[in-house]
Design a protein around this ligand. Structure first.
Ligand code: ZN
Length: 351
């Protein structure tokens, strides 16, 4: 029996608005709680225009300049990706790097974990989000899956994997050349751990999988559910952890090492639809993560993909991660998730 609760709390208050001759106005905020982790997010309809001012507009000239100037000496470009990037010892990976299509996987010189490869996705130094084609993403994900399976064979303790992307400087990317980073470890990092603990606790309390219940409830309510594409269920997050968050949940599998090449292709197709939606909304910069937990011991977990957009790129841009996000771990809702899902359906061709 599903026990998913979509909590929301509304407050009304009065303000004398200086931009409206100090007329008394009634304002409203809505606080939402994530059904699994109870993380909060805030929606204030009056903030919509101010949020637009916060996010600004991407500066096309600055973007072109950034792409042009960083192309010189980029170690992900041309032959450099095969000659200047760090290699794994041959005993670990024959040849030191792996390739598939345009994707190249190699060791991160500044690793945060024993298993922290970088996966360059394209020959092109710079691609706009709409130019990041599904084939490029799918080949990158396939390399990450091959690498993970290899690590599984060599180390039984390695159970928690993520495949991550930072796109453009506001998202934390140090290089504009399209790439992903994979982390594999024997303990889950904070948020991943909370998801796993939350899912296990839910399963022991209700006897069902949280993610299976979420899919079923969201599908029935049709408010935030976008569509099913292959084994992935796409939806807008009820209480987002970042701007315009969209998630994809695998129908049954928790482990990137066990999902199919077609699953990776379908996931990549979906990502391209989300990137097109973000561009339409005026956002280029984004972060995404695919969370995986090794099969068997991952009670109630599912492969989970989350993507959020980040601050736009313009001179002296303002960081979108301020006290609210960083210290209170609460995000602002710019587009109501229900509206976002409606917009996303057009890009997934299911409107
Ligand atoms: Zn490059």
């Amino acid at each position: 029996m599903a026990s998913i609760i979509f909590d929301r709390f509304e407050s009304l208050f009065r303000i004398l608005n200086p931009f409206n001759e100090f007329a008394e106005e009634e304002h409203r905020v809505e606080v939402r709680k994530d059904p699994l982790l109870h993380d909060t997010s805030i929606y204030n309809p009056f903030l919509k225009d101010k949020a637009k001012a916060f996010f600004g507009q991407n500066d096309g000239e600055l973007l072109d300049k950034l792409a042009r100037e960083t192309a010189e000496g980029c170690i992900f470009c041309g032959d450099f990706v095969r000659t200047k990037t760090a290699r794994y010892p041959d005993a670990v990976m024959p040849g030191g790097r792996m390739e598939l299509g345009e994707a190249v996987l190699f060791a991160n010189l500044f690793s945060l974990a024993p298993h922290h490869p970088v996966i360059v996705l394209s020959n092109s130094h710079f691609l706009k989000p709409r130019e990041i084609k599904a084939d490029l993403l799918a080949d990158g994900f396939q390399l990450s899956r091959t690498y993970l399976k290899d690590i599984y064979e060599r180390d039984a303790a390695m159970a928690f994997a993520t495949v991550n992307a930072n796109y453009l400087l506001p998202a934390g990317a140090s290089l504009v050349h399209p790439h992903m980073q994979m982390l594999i470890s024997d303990l889950p990092y904070t948020y991943h751990g909370r998801l796993l603990d939350g899912a296990a606790e839910y399963q022991s309390r209700s006897g069902t999988s949280y993610f299976a219940d979420l899919i079923s409830v969201e599908k029935t309510r049709k408010e935030r559910y976008i569509c099913r594409s292959g084994n992935w269920h796409w939806m807008a997050a009820y209480s987002p952890m970042g701007s315009n968050e969209i998630v994809a949940l695998h129908d049954e599998e928790s482990d990137l090492g066990r999902i199919t090449v077609k699953d990776l292709r379908d996931l990549s197709d979906g990502i391209t639809h989300v990137l097109a939606l973000y561009e339409e909304l005026g956002h280029l910069s984004f972060n995404f993560t695919l969370y995986s937990a090794r099969g068997g011991d991952s009670v109630g977990f599912r492969c989970l993909f989350k993507i959020v957009n980040r601050q736009n790129l313009y001179p002296n841009y303002r960081n979108d991660d301020y006290f609210l996000q960083k210290m209170l771990q609460t995000d602002l809702i710019l587009n109501l998730p229900e509206d976002l899902a409606a917009k996303a359906r057009k890009f997934f061709g299911t409107a």
